[in-house]
Design a protein around this ligand. Sequence first.
Ligand code: ATP
Length: 258
Amino acid sequence: MAKRVEATNVSAYYGSFKAIENINLTVEPKTVTALIGPSGCGKSTFLRSINRMHEVLPGARVDGRLTIDDQDIYDRDVDVTAVRRMIGMVFQRPNPFPTMSIFDNVVAGLKLNGVRRKSVLQDAAEKALRSANLWDEVKDRLGKPGAGLSGGQQQRLCIARTVAMQPQVVLMDEPCSALDPISTLAIEDLMFKLKDEFTIIIVTHNMQQAARVSDRTAFFSIERTGDPGRLVEYDNTQKIFSNPSVKKTEDYITGRFG
Ligand SMILES: Nc1ncnc2c1ncn2[C@@H]1O[C@H](COP(=O)(O)OP(=O)(O)OP(=O)(O)O)[C@@H](O)[C@H]1O
């Protein structure tokens, strides 16, 4: 199910402002790739380009080629809704649907897609909650509101909601930045497990987190304010954190700037 993501000369704009320029990067299936770099270098913009969320802003557009297993997701004939279904996204702040039960949160997307059979929904909810390491904590209160869970549990609920749709790629935009250290470790553990099934791309400001969870790390940066973000170095995480090839990467990971 997991698929390869390939960006070729991807640039993204907000109106006339070019936020990222000529990004070339291939993410292999069933790996975790971390996007790191100083604030404003375009990590989130690049992430949102991958599931065609960037273009929802007025005036925003993407140039270049982005493929998921050779399918160009910006091809004119592509169904954008299908792309967004294939590429799930988890956001910085847990955002369960506040009035819905835990169960309904997990199966909301499936219901929207017309799945009605209770047994199918029940099986899908259990599988997704197990995948998100949340089942044991919520199995006796599936009918209770999702908003009643702790922040960390809510984030795992959002991950369950995402994986219930059986995406091929899961994008995570700083998924732990609103969480305490214990909940953060729970999500990091979960990433190890999820990469058996999915291709995962995560934006993080936390260097230790990138080093702990990712197989590959992409370091983005900008020359100066107003310039577009560029991919400076992309390599195995161990290499990036122990012996980066570019001085700027070393300066960033050792805290000399950013
Ligand atoms: N909605 C928007 N409209 C106009 N410019 C934007 C918008 N969102 C982001 N930008 C600009 O695009 C550039 C890249 O922003 P982006 O949020 O992708 O960077 P980032 O690396 O994810 O930053 P951070 O680490 O602070 O979240 C920045 O200069 C930012 O100000």
